[in-house]
Design a protein around this ligand. Structure first.
Ligand SMILES: *[C@@H]1O[C@H](CO)[C@@H](O)[C@H](O)[C@H]1NC(C)=O
Length: 368
């Protein structure tokens, strides 16, 4: 009896209440400009590039077979869990955001590498002082391995620090740039051509140390923030929460889509800004679309040809078009799905943060 009820629930789709357009021009950002500290760090530290990280991966990604509806066969994988290292059920770092080399470039690879980037926060570890890190995951030829790189923010003349309490709930790779959401701040931009190798002998500190060494809590490489797009408060507009982020290449020009999480509000928003594919920065600081919806506990959003896909804490995937309205597809994921990233021809990538199943999966968008 129980199993047939479960099956019925799994099949059921629920139509939700209406979505509506808001005034997009009320949603604006301010460009910080490029950090002047970066040139000094470039001079002080050895530069490393994506190809160097990909040649120096140090953790295994076992393949996985989670119970996910319309799973792309062979797409699922998990994190290393061994006697001396545990990302799969460890409680210090939680995976949140995902983007792939198919976001970076439409051809799908970056310098010949097929890569996933996954962000992790350390909010529940050491007061969040280690901030956030990015896993570089090899999904192309060669070994299924990854390595973590610490996100850092330049400071003073030639120093950097971890980005304290950065939740990094959504990320998007665009050309050489990595965009990361800062929940109350806006968008942080990191440059993959400005990564540095640091000293791993100091594993409890970050930044410039006595004697001129640089440390990053034991991580071998750092990825520095080069710019931010800061949220601009507007009278009569509730401050936007930057909870998750994805790229839409089906719009002209390309756009980035930001959404906000709320456990209780029925007026959460999705906001879109246009991108310049030549410079890889924002084409406009003013949004081109703002939508309000009533879905609770949304963890990720993506859009393809005007259709929206939202992940929800309970494991649902919600779709929306203006023609058909919102449809809730229940029990798609076995655990809490997070950020989304579209890979054309392959699927819609997401990941789960909880230890029941903490892994990365792609679902077939054409089946929702
Ligand atoms: C919202 O705006 C889009 C265009 O951006 C339009 O296609 C859609 O019909 C609008 N929805 C409503 C309910 O007016």
């Amino acid at each position: 009896m129980k199993s047939s009820i479960t099956a019925l629930l799994a099949l059921a789709t629920t139509t939700l209440a209406e979505w509506k357009n808001l005034t997009a021009s009320s949603y604006t950002l301010k460009d910080s400009g490029l950090s002047p500290v970066i040139a000094r760090l470039d001079a002080a530290l050895p530069n490393v590039y994506v190809k160097d990280i990909m040649a120096d991966l140090n953790h295994d990604n076992p393949s996985a077979s989670p119970n996910v509806k319309n799973l792309v066969p062979g797409s699922a994988y998990a994190w290393q869990k061994t006697s001396d290292f545990n990302d799969q059920t460890g409680l210090k770092w939680y995976p949140q955001g995902i983007t792939t080399s198919a976001d970076a470039y439409e051809k799908g690879d970056y310098d010949g590498f097929h890569v996933h980037l996954v962000s992790w926060h350390s909010d529940l570890y050491d007061g969040g002082k280690r901030g956030a890190r990015i896993s570089f995951v090899n999904r192309g030829d060669g070994e299924r391995k990854y390595r973590h790189v610490l996100l850092v923010r330049p400071k003073d003349e030639d120093d950097f620090e971890a980005i304290d309490s950065l939740h990094a709930g959504g990320i998007m790779w665009y050309g050489n740039l990595l965009y990361v959401v800062s929940t109350r701040g806006g968008l942080l931009v990191f440059d993959l051509q400005r990564m540095y190798k640091v000293d791993t002998s100091v594993d409890d500190k970050v930044g410039k140390q006595e004697g001129g060494k640089y440390a990053a809590y034991g991580y071998k490489y750092v990825l520095p923030q080069v710019r931010s797009y800061d949220w601009q408060a507007e009278d009569g507009v509730r401050d936007l929460r930057f909870s998750f982020l994805s790229l839409d290449r089906t719009t002209t020009p390309d756009t980035l889509l930001v959404g906000e999480y709320s456990a209780t509000r029925t007026d959460s928003r999705l906001v879109r800004w246009p991108l310049d594919y030549t410079t890889r920065v924002l084409k406009s600081l003013t949004a081109t679309e703002a939508i309000q919806h009533d879905a609770l506990q949304i963890q990720g959003a993506a859009s393809i040809d005007g259709k929206y896909f939202l992940t929800q804490s309970g494991g649902a995937l919600i779709t929306h078009t203006w023609a058909d309205g919102a449809v809730k597809h229940g029990s798609v994921f076995p655990s809490v799905p997070e950020d989304l990233s579209v890979e054309k021809g392959r699927g819609l990538w997401t990941l789960m943060e909880q230890i029941g199943f903490r892994g990365v999966v792609a679902v077939d968008v054409t089946k929702f």
